[in-house]
Every structure is written in C-alpha cells, then in structure tokens.
Design a binder for this molecule. Structure first.
Ligand SMILES: Cc1cc2nc3c(=O)[nH]c(=O)nc-3n(C[C@H](O)[C@H](O)[C@H](O)COP(=O)(O)OP(=O)(O)OC[C@H]3O[C@@H](n4cnc5c(N)ncnc54)[C@H](O)[C@@H]3O)c2cc1C
Length: 407
C-alpha cells in the first residue's frame, strides 16, 4: 500500500506520542509508526511512580503517563505492528507489517526510536555465557509484564536509575539483592532513587567496583567482583564472591538510530534546538538523540520536534544559520549541539565530575547558572531566549566549582 502525508513519526514512546500531538495541533497530517501493538515504549514496563511531575504536573506510573499522552492523540492514524525497514533520501519511508511491505511519501520525519540496552556480552568479563545474566530491562519485562520470577538471589551491575529501580523491584518480589556494583566512584542514578531504592531497603552499594568473573555450570552460581583503581583496573586482593543465581546488568543505553544512517549521529542523532538533524526534513527527539533521565524532558523534546517538523512540512520553518554548542571544561554532555538563535533553546547539560556548588557558564552569551550538588547523572536544564547570533560562531558551556574558589 502507498500512503502520502505531511509528517511521519517513527516510534510511539513518550517522544513519539508528544511529537504526534504537537504536529497534529499545528494542522499537519500525521502517521505514527510503532512496531509494538501499543504505544508507550519503555513506559509500559515502568510500573513505579515518578513520571510526569513536570509535564503533566502529576506523580504517575509509566503506564499512567502513557494513557494520558495517548488520550491526546486518540484520533490519530497510528499503524501498529509496523517495522520501518528503510528511510530514503528522497523522503520515502518503507515499512513492513503482517500484510506486507508498504511505502509512505512524506514531507518531514520525526525519529523517536528510543534506545537499546548495552549487553553484558559487550563487556570484557571472563567466564562462560551461562543462564542467569539478564539486562535490567529484560528482567523488568519478565517481572512487571509477564509475571515471571527470573531467580532468587542477585547482584546488580550499574547504579544508574534503571539498576536502582530494579534493585527495589527485585527486593519487593522476594529476590535477595546482595549488592549493587558501580565502577565509578559516585552513584550513576538520581539521589532520590539511591534513597528510595537502596538505603530504604538496606541494599549495599559498592562504588569503584566491577564484575571481574562469573562462574557456574549451566546456571550462574557465583559473581566475583573487585575494587578498581582510577583507570578502572581491578585491584588484586579486593575480590568479593557473591553466591547468586542472577546477574542483572544496567550498564548503559545506546540510542537507536536505525534505519536512518545518512544523518549525523554520535552516537545519538545530533540535533539543533528545533530538533532538526543534518538532513533538513528529518527531526529527532527522546532517547534516540541523547539518554534523558526524566520522561518529562523526553516529552517536551518530542513536542518541539513534532511542532517544527509540521512547520517544516508546511513551508513555515526552514534551516537558518546554526551556532555550534561546544562542551568546555568539566562538561560531559550538552544537548542539543546546534542552536538556531532566532528560536528559544533548552540546553540539557551533564557535568563530568561531582561538584558541591557548580557554576555553569554559557559564553559568549554571559549566562550563568549555579547548581548545588551537581553530579554527572543529573541533567541541568538552562533555557535561552532567542538572541542576535550574527557575530557568534560558537557557544561554549563550562562548569567550575564555586565552593573551593570562595574558600
Ligand atoms: C527502568 C527505567 C526506569 C525509568 N524511570 C523513570 C522515572 O522514574 N521517571 C522518569 O521521568 N523517567 C524514567 N525513565 C526514563 C523514561 O522512561 C524514558 O527516558 C522515556 O520513556 C524514553 O522515551 P522514548 O520515546 O525516547 O523511547 P522509548 O520509550 O524507547 O520509545 C521508542 C519507541 O520506538 C519504537 N521503535 C523503535 N524502533 C522502531 C522501528 N524501526 N519501527 C517502529 N517502531 C520503532 C519502540 O517500539 C518504542 O515504542 C525510566 C526509564 C527506564 C528504562
């Protein structure tokens, strides 16, 4: 079958649903393609609360957030069970479903394909690849959606939010969590999750520790962990042996950019403040650009991508002069990486080290934001109004410690 539309959105998670909502509100014809049988993406398996505090001004679970977002697009043309095979440079989207292969001719595209989990097999850990090693997302799916208990005793590798939330979830399901291991000298997740998911349940967190071997015949029997030095080399004599039948890995998410391979990405799509990519007609939002800690940010970015994609399709927005945003000293991540100065910007910033009181500077715009207890996992948000960018070629973001400077 052949379709024609203004805006195609690939992926119906938080970003894709928000993009569909705003693109439709701008008066565009929209088709949303989702490979699952429902929208929501990762929200569907996150049955804990903490979603939507900023976006819907309510403390919601993942599925509740999904329902509210879905309600706003109830009249939309959503094609479920569709998998996008190819996006061509001449604006055709080729996808497959149970009825065969189809094609859409579009004016603009929003990529909202989310992220995938980094797998244990990609880590240099010796030992057989035996049963009992699960990614956190897979374990979450088994427990929350399929009512399966994947084991009895676990070690969790990685203290990002997903690892922390799974520590609590496993404990509530009667699975003993012996330890959470983190290779960095500081926790990888939000402070509220350290408190609510580990301290409240007396689960030990070992910082500067990693898994150095796994043992077992058919099923995992032991996880061996060691302390690491500042170069992440295991320190001999620090080994700890955990007798467990499960290792849950939460070692990072990788933005999913497939099947679009002709757009600049590193590793997620590189976008401007209007969510436009290096291809004028392709916009992107959510975890396929950068890994966000809060769904609220993902949804806001999705809305923006949908809006500008609709305006582009209607000939009301085109690419202007873009200013590069550069990571300066002590900055781990800045998103987006380009700014169209004629439009508003929201910068999402992660520092690369822990600060008691960080001074975040955006120059030459002369903007400063002071952030107490700034830590790499938490995103710092800075809004920038439209400005005259005529004589600016580059913007640099830096972070400095204020406490030590004063003291
Ligand atoms: C365990 C966990 C706990 C979290 N806890 C919180 C929390 O407490 N509070 C909070 O605010 N945030 C939390 N988050 C973060 C938040 O849920 C995510 O950042 C957000 O939901 C990601 O949305 P997304 O749309 O970018 O991606 P996804 O939800 O991954 O959606 C991508 C969609 O694209 C579809 N897709 C991908 N490729 C294709 C293709 N080729 N064709 C068709 N469809 C495709 C997928 O099926 C999926 O539906 C958590 C995340 C996780 C994983």
């Amino acid at each position: 079958m052949k379709y024609k539309t203004d805006v195609v959105i690939i992926g119906g998670g938080a970003a894709g649903m928000a993009a569909a909502y705003s693109a439709t509100r701008e008066g565009a014809d929209v088709i949303l393609l989702e490979r699952d049988e429902d929208t929501g993406g990762v929200l569907n398996q996150c049955i804990h609360n903490g979603f939507g505090l900023h976006y819907f001004k309510k403390d919601l679970t993942g599925p509740e957030f999904k329902e509210l977002a879905k309600e706003r697009i109830k009249d939309l043309n959503i094609l479920y069970g569709t998998y996008v095979l190819e996006v061509t440079k001449d604006k055709r989207i080729i996808f497959v479903d149970r009825r065969g292969i189809h094609e859409i001719e579009t004016k603009a595209l929003v990529m909202a394909t989310g992220a995938r989990e980094r797998h244990f097999n990609s880590l240099p850990v010796p030992g057989k690849r035996i049963t009992g090693v699960f990614t956190a997302g897979l374990a979450q799916r088994f427990i929350n959606l399929e009512n399966l208990k994947p084991g009895n005793k676990a070690v969790i590798l990685g203290s990002g939010d997903i690892g922390l939330i799974m520590a609590r979830r496993l404990t509530l399901e009667g699975i003993k969590v012996e330890a959470v291991l983190e290779i960095m000298p500081y926790p990888g997740g939000l402070e509220r999750n350290i408190q609510q998911c580990l301290r409240d349940f007396n689960i030990p967190l070992y910082l500067s520790h990693t898994v150095t071997a796994i043992e077992g015949e058919k099923r995992l029997e032991k996880v061996i962990a060691s302390q690491v030095d500042y170069k992440w080399n295991p320190i001999p004599g620090t080994e700890k042996v955990f007798d467990v039948d499960m290792l849950i890995t939460s070692v990072g998410l990788i933005p999913s950019t497939k099947p679009v391979d002709f757009v600049d990405a590193d590793p997620g799509f590189l976008v401007s403040n209007t969510n436009q990519t290096s291809e004028d007609w392709i916009f992107a939002a959510g975890n396929c650009t950068v890994i966000f800690d809060l769904v609220d940010f993902v949804a806001k970015e999705g809305e923006k991508a949908g809006k500008y994609a609709a305006l582009y399709a209607q000939g009301k927005y085109e690419k202007k002069k873009l200013i590069k945003v550069r990571k300066g000293e002590n900055i781990g991540i800045v998103h987006p990486v380009y700014i169209d100065p004629t439009e508003e910007s929201t910068l999402y910033i992660r520092v690369s080290t822990v600060f008691e009181k960080a001074s975040i500077k955006i120059n030459p715009l002369g903007i400063e934001k002071v952030e107490e207890d700034a830590r790499p996992p938490e995103m710092i948000v800075v809004k920038i109004r439209p400005f005259d960018g005529e004589n600016i070629d580059e913007i640099e973001v830096t972070a400095d410690e204020l406490i030590s400077k004063l003291g």
